[in-house]
Design a protein around this ligand. Structure first.
Ligand SMILES: Cc1cc2nc3c(=O)[nH]c(=O)nc-3n(C[C@H](O)[C@H](O)[C@H](O)COP(=O)(O)OP(=O)(O)OC[C@H]3O[C@@H](n4cnc5c(N)ncnc54)[C@H](O)[C@@H]3O)c2cc1C
Length: 385
């Protein structure tokens, strides 16, 4: 599947921006566990983070393939889009399921980057992957809901104005079906921080700005409920294909970066009087990584094309995410091996990218859950959980 030629200019534009944020920039932030404010501001100014917001709401109105190309190029340039990728797709829930008034209220500000909607509160410490057993509650009280509970791994919460929150509005035993009783809200964290919302950073092996968030009687206006009360799980699921496709595209970018680095080093590094890349033991793993990356890239494009055509792409989005995450992790490991000792040196950026790309076989959905999805929904095998 070849790519549409009209994506070339957007790829060029991202490639032109990223060199302003070289390895030293990312290394410093990584050491300090600091947020890449300047990088995010530059992407915002260029309109890249508003790629999927329609023009009528002030966005760039681009296709999913164009959005995927943006994320891929960011990673392939050695930068890290994880700091802001959610600004691109979290708004999709408002766009698809919000009222006209909510779209008018939120989307233009998000498109301009004046309000950041890049915190996504789903995972909880006790429920993990089993989203339907989450315990955070939102209880109606007049023209508000009162939220109590805890989220974990809520990335970018400290760098977000708004959060998309999934909470239980009907007790599980009273809900009309297994998947009913959860609702989605936009929480204005600027207001909530002084009114019962506490954010605590979690330090991880890579610089990811992730946090745990505590809600103690946080009052959220009923106007901030998205769609119909109790249907929230369905809304969250509908946003997951976009998330998977875009993160898969990031993994493709990472894999391209690792492969280019390794091939370049293998051509130049001379040991035993010849370039190390002349040894099949060195060149084959690079070739194998390239083949894996290309196969994954085709599945990402297929998933994006189906998404754009408004067709069901659940299987393809999951498979794209699975293949791309495996491909980037395999390429990362190969790149370290190709560089020998220098693969571990901070100044080569490889160990940093190695840590960063490791995330994607676990989040936003782990490999096992993708395999379960394909087993059940594509192959008709019995549900395993
Ligand atoms: C850095 C980081 C950022 C994140 N950002 C966000 C965010 O912004 N918002 C958000 O809501 N969440 C976020 N997450 C959470 C992420 O989506 C979850 O970590 C992920 O879905 C796995 O859930 P868990 O960690 O609770 O693992 P668990 O559900 O406890 O699973 C642990 C392991 O068991 C396996 N497992 C569980 N059940 C089964 C089963 N039935 N069959 C086979 N294997 C199974 C899983 O595959 C996994 O390998 C983030 C996580 C990390 C680490």
């Amino acid at each position: 599947m070849t790519e549409a030629a009209d994506l070339a200019p957007i790829r060029e534009a991202v490639r032109a921006l990223c060199p302003n944020f070289p390895g030293e920039y990312w290394r410093r932030l990584d050491r300090e566990r600091a947020y890449p404010e300047e990088f995010v501001a530059a992407l915002t100014k260029a309109g890249f983070l508003a790629a999927l917001i329609p023009e009528e709401y002030g966005g760039s109105g681009l296709t999913m393939n164009a959005a995927a190309a943006i994320m891929e190029e960011i990673q392939a340039s050695g930068c890290n889009g994880a700091a802001c990728h959610a600004q691109m797709y979290t708004m999709g829930t408002v766009l698809r399921h919000g009222s006209t008034e909510q779209k008018r209220r939120y989307l233009p500000g998000i498109a301009r980057g004046e309000s950041r909607l890049q915190a996504f509160g789903v995972t909880e410490p006790t429920s993990g992957t089993d989203t339907l057993s989450l315990r955070t509650t939102a209880t109606r009280d007049g023209d508000h809901y009162v939220v109590n509970g805890q989220k974990v791994w809520t990335s970018r919460a400290e760098h977000s104005d708004l959060m998309l929150l999934l909470a239980r509005t009907t007790p599980r035993e009273q809900a009309k079906s297994r998947t009913a009783g959860l609702s989605v809200f936009i929480v204005d964290m600027r207001e909530a921080k002084n009114n019962g919302l506490t954010i605590r950073p979690i330090r991880t092996m890579m610089n990811h700005a992730t946090t745990e968030v505590f809600f103690e009687n946080v009052r959220v206006p009923a106007d901030n409920l998205i769609g119909v009360e109790g249907d929230g799980f369905r809304y969250i699921l509908s946003g997951m294909n976009a998330e998977r496709i875009l993160i898969a595209a990031e993994c493709i970018g990472d894999a391209k970066w690792f492969i280019a680095k390794a091939a370049s080093y293998a051509r130049e590094r001379v040991v035993f009087g010849r370039p190390i890349g002349q040894n099949q033991g060195v060149q084959f793993p690079i070739a194998r990584s390239y083949i894996g990356m290309r196969a994954a890239e085709l599945m990402v494009r297929e998933a994006a094309a189906l998404y754009e055509a408004g067709k069901d792409c659940g299987a393809e989005a999951n498979m794209a995410k699975h293949l791309a995450a495996e491909a980037s992790w395999a390429a990362a490991d190969m790149c370290v091996q190709t560089h020998g000792g220098f693969g571990f040196a901070e100044e080569f950026d490889i160990e940093r990218k190695f840590r960063e790309t490791r995330l994607y076989t676990v989040a936003p959905i782990s490999t096992n859950l993708i395999l379960s999805y394909v087993a059940e929904h594509v192959l008709g095998l019995p549900r395993s959980y």
